[in-house]
Design a protein around this ligand. Sequence first.
Ligand SMILES: O=P(O)(O)OC[C@H]1O[C@](O)(CO)[C@@H](O)[C@@H]1O
Length: 618
Amino acid sequence: MASSVSGIYTSSPSLKRFPNQTPPLTQPLRKDHVSFHARRADRSLSLARPRAVAREVSDGAAAAAAAAAKGLEKDPRALWRRYVDWLYQHKELGLYLDVSRVGFTDEFVREMEPHFGKAFEAMEELEKGAIANPDEGRMVGHYWLRDPKRAPNSFLKTQIENTLDAVSKFANDVVSGKIKPPSSPEGRFTQILSVGIGGSALGPQFVAEALAPDNPPLKIRFVDNTDPAGIDHQIAQLGPELASTLVIVISKSGGTPETRNGLLEVQKAFREAGLNFPKQGVAITQENSLLDNTARIEGWLARFPMFDWVGGRTSEMSAVGLLPAALQGIDIREMLAGASLMDEANRSTVLRNNPAALLALCWYWATDGVGSKDMVILPYKDSLLLFSRYLQQLVMESLGKEFDLDGNRVNQGISVYGNKGSTDQHAYIQQLREGVHNFFVTFIEVLRDRPPGHDWELEPGVTCGDYLFGMLQGTRSALYANDRESITVSVQEVTPRTVGALIALYERAVGIYASLININAYHQPGVEAGKKAAGEVLALQKRVLAVLNEASCKDPIEPLTLEEVADRCHAPEDIEMIYKIIAHMAANDRALIAEGSCGSPRSIKVFLGECNIGESYA
Ligand SMILES: O=P(O)(O)OC[C@H]1O[C@](O)(CO)[C@@H](O)[C@@H]1O
């Protein structure tokens, strides 16, 4: 039963460390230089900053260089030439990348080229199966998912192909009604409830928003948090359709607390509705994980593998992304084809012909290779709304690292945020245009406004889509006029193929950029600290409960002060956390505040109200 998934646990398997086993993918890019941004003066001087070098000291005239750094090319003819010279086009994908509004110089490109050479070699090694995630001793194989013949051995190739076939077959059988829910009046599954977090949610959410048809065969909802009210809301929205809901629980590790909690909450809802959860449950997880074992023992409807060598944030083309997409009627083979075509382009060792490398070049230039500017993602298309949220994890969890591959403290990363245009025009574009200059923009342009045959002119010669186009172009120009740099990625339409390509483009850009700055893009050690601390808070809460229970059993109406609780917990140094725990429990009717109020913590006296004899809070 579900109760077998119990206890608080952290998700990551213990990390093997091989500090000296794999040489760094690139030589660190070291130059002595004058600090470029005063506010970053505390950064280690060992950081990689060829741009700063190019801008500041190449001709020995710091003032001239500083002026040049501000003065982006403004002559329209020269800009047009730059646009044409640098425009990247992928004909088959109908995708363009315009980097002309990023001000990198020829000198900077020349200087960076050898570093790109090393990054390309590193990517090649990675695709051949190198241990590209040295801390965890893992291969990094998301590129094989869309081109299984590139997998380093036939076992992995077959695993990928078999999983894809199994996903397609299962999705077809569900959509066609061959696989049915046991007790639904509909006689077929109508809804998906996807339970997962981080990389086990963001890709499926982005793709659903981008590509699900207006009337998908199964509609999708997400539980991606341990917020009880949020979960209740999703379950309430399903209402009687819970009986025809396919619950897909996604967790690579199979032990992420939020996902476990989501599962337990959903299982409770099933029990209360008199439904048989296992007949409607699907697990996507690593073989033999806690989730996998639970699903196997309980006899869930299906289980699909998540591979050790695919990271959560690059898992959209694994069963994690493909199963929910296929169930919504999205052509997953087209998504894979788009990604594969993009990967092929990104294998070019000629910088100009490699769109991911061009992106990485722009990121390096714009952020000085140290994340000094934020990446604002502005898709001018409602269906791409979640792209920035998806990229936030892909970029920030990959690049946001304290140490480089040589163990130097570098505190790297690039912050990502965004929403959509032209909506943002009426929100934060004001600051982008005129306020603090701490960002560069990436516009995502979709050339086709709506399907053929539906357009009309809402004023002579002008459609609704023309306005959207005008807003994008206008914002791009207005920002540039004020020295705000931007990249523009254009696609013909939002299709499974272009979405697959966009994902692949950014996955590779992150990989290349990580090589340039010499960090491991494929681990996330920082996340563990928060998970561990959360576990400690919950352990402390159990001690508090035990202390209050013991006190209530001795004298049900004699409340304890916070100090007394902390002393009896043998944790006087944790008094602030104990106060917060009590305030939270009191707000949820699980402890009673006898005296005082939460606004004046010293005044609080607390008790449990009832003695739970024999209750173990351990
Ligand atoms: O798929 P899992 O193992 O549940 O992990 C979910 C997410 O948690 C993280 O490990 C940390 O946030 C992400 O990298 C991952 O995508």
